[in-house]
Design a protein around this ligand. Structure first.
Ligand SMILES: [Zn+2]
Length: 268
């Protein structure tokens, strides 16, 4: 079955992962800029990471027949240092011309701190100024609902931001409706340990419908599964979902959102 992986941190994954994804039917993988598992010590570290995302990783993916796209930003986990964030944000415009860049992301909040919020506002401004799509990371566990509300307020307060050009990721049962009601897209992250399990994600689809929703693995350097999307598609099939309904969630929906970026062109 053909699918798009809309959120995966492939710089942390092996060539075996690429091969397994290609065998499972992955047509394209999209990689938001994120935390490396440790704090980078300078803006130069981000510059190198942006080069990796725009130059090196697309070539590595292409060896397995996969198209690779990316998103650029400074993530919320490293946004406590506003001065560093300013330096990193100043680097981004020149990378926006790279052919695989889809927009600004994954921006958002981690601990919902004042500095994180300030850096979020700066990056929403960057996206508005350069007419870019936005991909948002929402905090985990007890911080998620409050963080999601804060993020939605920032986005709704800027009249230049069109809600259908924003995806709020890592939604769960208590935040999905809030996001969809704003006219934004919602991403469900499938994790073996934390976040949504396949069963919970399918329950959410059966409750809230399949408009403006996608699923992703968000696989990174931690315990995560790069095949979470096709595995959940199989689980949907077992529950009696028809092929067309599964294809909408794992291929048509991400394609519909992502092609709002002129850089998202599928070769298949
Ligand atoms: Zn991520």
């Amino acid at each position: 079955m053909k699918y798009i992986e809309p959120h995966a941190h492939m710089v942390s994954r092996t060539t075996d992962d690429y091969q397994h994804m290609a065998l499972a039917g992955c047509a394209a993988v999209c990689e938001p800029a994120f935390w490396a598992g440790f704090d980078r010590s300078s803006a130069a570290g981000f510059h190198d990471y942006f080069c990796q995302l725009t130059e090196h990783e697309p070539k590595r993916a292409a060896k397995f027949g996969l198209q690779h796209f990316c998103w650029l930003c400074i993530n919320s986990k490293e946004a406590e240092d506003v001065k560093l964030a300013e330096e990193v944000i100043a680097l981004i415009p020149k990378f926006l011309h790279c052919p695989n860049v889809l927009g600004i992301g994954e921006i958002g909040l981690n601990k919902n701190s004042r500095n994180e919020l300030r850096v979020l506002e700066m990056q929403v401004e960057l996206a508005a100024e350069h007419d870019q799509l936005i991909l948002v990371h929402t905090p985990h566990l007890e911080d998620k609902l409050k963080g999601t509300r804060l993020i939605l307020d920032v986005l709704k307060n800027d009249p230049r931001i069109q809600p259908e050009r924003v995806i709020i990721d890592h939604v769960e049962e208590h935040t999905v409706e809030l996001v969809l009601n704003c006219g934004m897209w919602a991403g469900m992250t499938l994790y073996p340990e934390t976040k949504c399990t396949p069963a919970r994600a399918i329950d959410i689809l059966e409750t809230y419908g399949s408009e403006k929703i996608w699923m992703n693995s968000a696989c990174d350097w931690g315990v995560s599964d790069p095949l979470a999307v096709p595995k959940t598609a199989l689980e949907m099939k077992k529950r009696g979902h028809l092929a067309a309904a599964i294809g909408k969630i794992i291929f048509e929906n991400p394609k519909k959102f992502l092609r709002q970026s002129p850089n998202f062109k599928l070769g298949v």
